[in-house]
Write a protein that binds this ligand. Structure first.
Ligand code: NA7
Length: 542
């Protein structure tokens, strides 16, 4: 499509280095090849998959429908791949990603078992020097971070963990061989999406399971089911329409986005709407009315509905009360989608510990010590989450102009232009970076939008014989302010969520993703490009 040897290009090992071989890195590699650029992908894991390579815990499942949580860029792929369930389980998603890697022959440009430790921009030559854990340095014109928004797992920092005599696991770094909890005394620590998925599965195997919950979460049943051929064929026939609708929507997914306020309808109508959404299942619930994320009174009505459901499902009143969220508006922490989560607490072999009232003090050889009790366990499952959105980027020593580190630049919170480039870091792209819709959406759609935007930007650079593109400081400042302003108009900013960086001690309190919605965001990105990449400094030489 374009000459890979435009005169502006300096001598480098590759045109582009891509960090990560998950959904984003794979499509980026495919796109780079399509436009005639050479690329090398570095991946920490021993195979493709990213998030879905690591998250092998029992119950791991996506909370976006299979048909939608898949690439749309290749019509044949979309038509030929057959999903088996409404919501895809981790093994099936991984199989799909492996299929994509085979289908487009991607592995030959991917170096596995290779962690990138540093990426430094050399101002004199205008090239990126990317260093891997084994000490090798390679050079490239472009450095593209496809390192994931939920990939930097939070290492449990409990005192005494090294003394623990049993086995412990983190949901985000699950072993490849299946783990058998049969007959064991097991603890699950954490009740976010991962904890809520793993708990019912462990409960089925373990002799006894103790769930340590610091903050109760809202969860909506998945009502997962096997996809019939008819349903799947029907979807595929309308794929073009479905994809266009999803991409133009707020969440990049085909939810029924209501145009009504929860406060403008009768009690009966509201109840009917919530009932319908509850029996439909999934995150569609939070779109029942158009003001649930904006108006606390409206949100309370949705939250109360789910609270009532919890009290109906959970037989023991004390346990039901403990499981009932009261500290945040529904949806302002990631809404969970579960299979039998609340009902699991009706089992005789499952106990719940309120880890806020009686926090975990330390882990000993035999088990877990809280402020008022001791729980002997054989295995601990940490479902304690991630240094989300920024963690995978700031854990790498990324340096731009004048040796300035990204981590330092972001010490008060991430600053980007459109969530995709950073002032002072020319030719560095951050796929689904902070300040873009990313994890608030069906992330595969957000990934496709970013990869395609970057691809077009690189074509533009070749045509114009540009060596460097870089976010302008003022454009970045304005975007950061816009992201902040839009977030401040929502209830999100009041919750102690990982969206807000609140799960990591010392992390600045900033709404990390852009809340404006994927459709709106895509229009902005397209306008910026159409106006000659407004807000970007473009230069022919370093
Ligand atoms: P989350 O949603 O960050 O959940 C982590 C959970 O771990 C959450 O309930 C935390 O409680 C809990 N946690 C963390 N540290 C502790 C300590 N010290 N003691 C007790 N409990 C603790 O991560 P997930 O992996 O579940 O989900 C991440 C995303 O992946 C998810 O939203 C989907 O998009 C996929 P807290 O709420 O901080 O009180």
């Amino acid at each position: 499509m374009m000459s890979p040897h435009s005169p502006a290009k300096p001598q480098t090992d590759y045109d582009a280095i891509v960090v990560g071989a998950g959904f984003a890195g794979l499509y980026m590699l495919h796109k780079l090849r399509e436009i005639g650029l050479s690329a090398r992908v570095f991946e920490t894991g021993s195979d493709v998959g990213g998030t879905w390579f690591w998250n092998r815990y029992p119950g791991a499942r996506c909370d976006v429908y299979s048909m939608e949580y898949s690439y749309s860029f290749d019509e044949q792929l979309q038509q030929e791949w057959v999903w088996t369930e409404r919501y895809p389980a981790q093994p099936e998603i991984l199989k799909y990603i492996e299929h994509v890697a085979d289908r487009f022959d991607l592995r030959r440009d991917i170096q596995f078992d290779t962690r990138v430790t540093a990426a430094h921009f050399d101002e004199e030559t205008g090239i990126w020097l990317v260093k891997t854990e084994d000490g090798t340095t390679v050079t490239a014109c472009y450095c593209i971070m496809a390192s994931g928004a939920l990939s930097a797992s939070r290492k449990p920092d409990f005192e005494g963990l090294d003394d623990f005599g049993g086995t412990w696991y983190h949901t985000g770094q699950w072993p490849h061989d299946p783990v058998d909890f049969t007959g064991q005394r097991v603890a699950v620590i954490g009740t976010g999406s991962s904890g809520i998925q793993v708990t019912p599965m462990v409960a089925q195997q373990a002799a006894n399971l103790t769930v340590f919950q610091r903050t109760p979460n809202f969860s909506i049943p998945a009502w997962n089911y096997p996809l019939s051929n008819a349903e799947q064929e029907n979807w595929k026939r309308q794929a073009a329409h479905h994809r266009a609708t999803a991409k133009a929507s707020k969440s990049g997914a085909l939810y029924q986005y209501s145009q009504r306020s929860a406060l403008e309808v009768s009690d009966e109508e509201r109840q009917g709407e919530f009932d319908a959404r509850w029996s439909h299942g999934g995150a569609n619930f939070t779109h029942a009315f158009n003001d649930l994320f904006k108006n606390k009174a409206a949100n309370d009505l949705a939250a109360d509905y789910v609270r009532r459901k919890i009290s109906e499902i959970v037989q023991n009143k004390d346990i039901a009360a403990k499981l009932t969220p009261t500290d945040h508006a529904i949806g302002t922490k990631r809404i969970c989608v579960d299979t039998d989560y609340y009902a699991t607490f009706n089992r005789a072999n499952v106990a719940l510990v309120d880890a806020r009232a009686t926090p975990i003090q330390r882990i000993t050889k035999e088990g877990i010590e809280t402020t008022d009790d001791f729980y002997p366990v054989d295995s601990i499952v940490f479902a304690t989450g991630y240094d989300a959105v920024t963690g995978a980027l700031t854990r790498i020593d990324i340096r731009g102009r004048a040796g300035k580190s990204l981590k330092d630049k972001w010490s008060d919170g991430p600053k980007t232009y459109l969530g995709i480039m950073v002032a002072g870091f020319p030719n560095l792209f951050t796929l689904t970076g902070p300040g873009s819709p990313s994890i608030l959406t069906n992330v595969v759609m957000s990934i496709e939008q970013h990869v395609e935007w970057v691809g077009n930007c690189l074509i533009h650079m070749a045509r114009e014989e540009l060596q460097l593109i870089e976010a302008d400081q003022q454009a970045e400042d304005e975007w950061v302010e816009h992201v902040r302003e839009v977030a401040n108009g929502t209830l999100h900013v009041h919750a102690d969520s990982w969206y807000m960086g609140a799960n990591i001690p010392g992390k600045p309190r900033v709404m990390l993703p852009y809340v404006g919605g994927l459709g709106v965001y895509t229009r902005i990105c397209d306008e910026v490009a159409a106006e000659g990449y407004r807000g970007f400094i473009q230069s022919k030489t370093a």
